[in-house]
Design a protein around this ligand. Structure first.
Ligand code: GAL
Length: 638
């Protein structure tokens, strides 16, 4: 399936309030001359919009938008609610978030608010209303961004009095009676029974771990608050503006359900910092980190492109693209020349409508003074400036990149991430990294992958569907799988709990037609693999199964490792690279999906109009008769 004719464009994040007004026009002219289309502004500027409570100063923002617009740029206007000004804390001293240790988080950086605080929500509604009324019909404001990076700096879970009151109300609505809550949470265990919703506390500062169902409900409640906070802004903006609304999500962050927030927005955007992520977030070995230190992990960006394409129901952007060294990771290397171009092209090949670099000019002051921009602090071009210009020219020559649907789908579920953080049962079990590991295995075979939400009801068009680690199997997905004609690969841990966080009976995975029951699980330290008879091993997690299902693979110690019934396969553990490659190749062969194992660090993407190759290596790679230079992008029309 091909969606043709979509314009792809570039942009940049800009902070007019950081610079002398005399500089704005020249900045705008240079942005336009570079070939940029979009400029995102406003998202941290509350103290300049409203220096004193209710004393508004819109003049500078009017002029900034006007200056940018006159230069031919389109503005993405951000709501400033991630940075409530200092006076706000005097008005609402209890609006600050409280961390798990019970400490109030302080003023002096950003994101210092609790999502549950109704007084702060009303302040947000007020400022967003004023902005939307003033700029909703402004011809230069062509898109909106709500807040900035929900969840950044660990800000979704707040253990404040406001959160406690909100949680109690949420529980009362969900369960209707304390008895129903007691049954669902299993509070008879350790005499934790409640007589009233007002007795229920937040799941922190308990002597040892709280009941997993208690934690899980708090995670659901907290995610709902993010969605409600966002929805409030969206509803106000929509009343005044026809422009699409976005939010900028992050990498490897699962603290709220992005699919939920995404249904209220037209565009899912995300902020891509490949070198920061490799240094800070990705649990790879030292060799991998060394090899890709200036390029980033070859799959991490693509995974999020595919994830956010799903969250945005097809419409997605990069709102912030790393342009040079960042300031916030343990190590902050300089990207290999060419990477600022490669990252942008890879995003376009995965369907991005726009890629905006963060930021225009490096700020010589405050927290991010060591963070590169397209310009140096002295306004001379930095390395990524020319690369952005090159992408702009290339885009102009080839505006239609196409978007092709994949044969392979991978289910991603935020609630499963919460569940397995609540009950990992082994230090090296992580839902996110399990799914990412499977994604990597697919990409190494040269496959396009679509990511699907956990309540997907339509699998038609796919030939292979994978759903590792799902805490529960939703009813829509269960019936979609029942009617699915292709190969489905589930497990480990799939469907291993009830929504109330109990072990179901009959025992999991309880997949229709598959006679297999998980009778025991074990988690293992990373250096204790369970070897498989065909080579490779199960790592981190292993399940022992009983039942009459066909044994496709077994471990050397004689337990089933992969079982099947027809085209439904279940993995009784976390396969290592070698075993995963074999399992995926077998599934692809069954479905007639062509695989093409790629050299390390080389990745491929078919877009319906083009085949793209991306070389994440610091050395040239030869493939399919072409030599792709380090950080090189190669495409051919198909
Ligand atoms: C993002 C954030 C930006 C800036 C950037 C630095 O997480 O949205 O405001 O801080 O990181 O890399």
């Amino acid at each position: 399936m091909k969606r043709a004719g979509l314009m792809r464009s570039l942009g940049v994040c800009y902070y007019p309030e950081h610079w002398d007004e005399a500089q704005w026009a020249e900045d705008a002219a240079r942005m336009a001359a570079l070939g940029l289309t979009w400029v995102r502004i406003g998202e941290f500027a509350w103290s300049r919009m409203e220096p004193e409570p209710s004393r508004m100063d819109w003049g500078w923002l009017d002029r900034a938008i006007d200056t940018l617009g006159r230069a031919g740029l389109k503005v993405v206007l951000g709501t400033p609610t991630a940075t409530p000004p200092r006076w706000m804390i005097d008005r609402h001293p209890d609006m600050l978030a409280v961390d798990k240790e019970g400490r109030t988080r302080g003023f002096g950086s950003r994101r210092h608010y609790c999502f549950s605080h109704q007084g702060y929500r009303a302040e947000c509604a007020r400022i967003v209303g004023l902005m939307a009324e003033r700029y909703g019909r402004n011809p230069h404001v062509a898109a909106w961004q709500t807040d900035n990076e929900y969840a950044c700096h660990d800000t979704v879970l707040s253990y404040s009095p406001a959160a406690k009151a909100g949680f109690q109300d949420w529980l009362a609505q969900k369960y209707q009676s304390p008895d129903a809550l007691n049954r669902a949470w299993g509070t008879v265990f350790w005499s934790m029974e409640y007589r009233d919703f007002a007795e229920v506390g937040l799941p922190n500062l308990t002597v040892t771990e709280p009941a997993p169902a208690h934690v899980m409900d708090f995670r659901r409640y907290s995610s709902d608050q993010v969605a409600a906070f966002n929805r409030l802004q969206v509803e106000i903006i929509r009343k005044h503006s026809p422009a699409p609304i976005s939010h900028n999500y992050m990498g490897a962050i699962t603290d709220f359900d992005h699919f939920d927030v995404g249904t209220d927005l037209e565009i899912a955007a995300w902020d891509s910092y490949p070198l920061g992520f490799l240094s800070d977030r990705i649990p790879a070995d030292a060799e991998h980190k060394r090899r890709f230190v200036r390029q980033g992990d070859p799959d991490f960006q693509a995974f999020h492109h595919d994830l956010y394409r799903a969250v945005g129901r097809g419409r997605w952007w990069i709102m912030e693209q790393q342009p040079g060294p960042v300031n916030w990771a343990p190590y902050n290397p300089d990207p290999l020349p060419g990477m600022a171009r490669l990252w942008a092209w890879e995003a376009f090949a995965h369907g991005a409508e726009a890629v905006c670099y963060f930021r225009w000019r490096q700020a010589p002051f405050a927290q991010e003074q060591m963070h590169a921009g397209l310009l140096r602090p002295d306004s001379a071009p930095a390395q990524a400036f020319d690369e952005a210009g090159q992408v702009a020219k290339e885009l102009a020559a080839m505006p239609d990149v196409g978007t092709a649907r994949a044969d392979v789908a991978l289910v991603f579920d935020y609630a499963s991430a919460w569940a397995w953080e609540t009950q990992p049962q082994g230090r090296s079990f992580s839902y996110f990294w399990l799914v990412f590991h499977v994604y990597k295995g697919l990409r190494r075979l040269g496959l396009n992958v679509d990511i699907l939400p956990p309540d997907t009801s339509d699998l038609s068009g796919y030939r292979l569907v994978l759903a590792p680690g799902l805490f529960t199997l939703s009813e829509p997905l269960k019936s979609a799988l029942a009617g699915f004609k292709g190969t489905a690969v589930l497990g480990p841990r799939t469907n291993s709990k009830t929504p109330d966080f109990a072990i179901p009976v009959p025992l999991p995975p309880a997949l229709p037609g598959l006679d297999a029951r998980v009778i025991r699980v074990e988690s293992l330290p990373p250096d204790v693999p369970v070897p498989l008879a065909m080579g490779g091993a199960l790592i981190n997690w292993r399940e022992k199964l009983e039942g009459g299902a066909t044994v496709v693979e077994a471990s050397e110690d004689g337990w089933p490792a992969v079982v099947s019934a027809g085209k439904t396969h279940y993995l009784a553990g976390w396969p290592d690279d070698q075993a995963l490659g074999r399992i995926l190749q077998r599934a692809c062969a069954t479905e007639g999906i062509e695989t093409d194992p790629l050299p390390e660090g080389l990745r491929r993407r078919d877009t319906g109009t083009h085949r793209f190759l991306f070389n994440y290596n610091a050395v040239p790679v030869e493939w399919g008769g072409v030599t792709i230079p380090p950080a090189g992008v190669h495409w051919t029309a198909t």
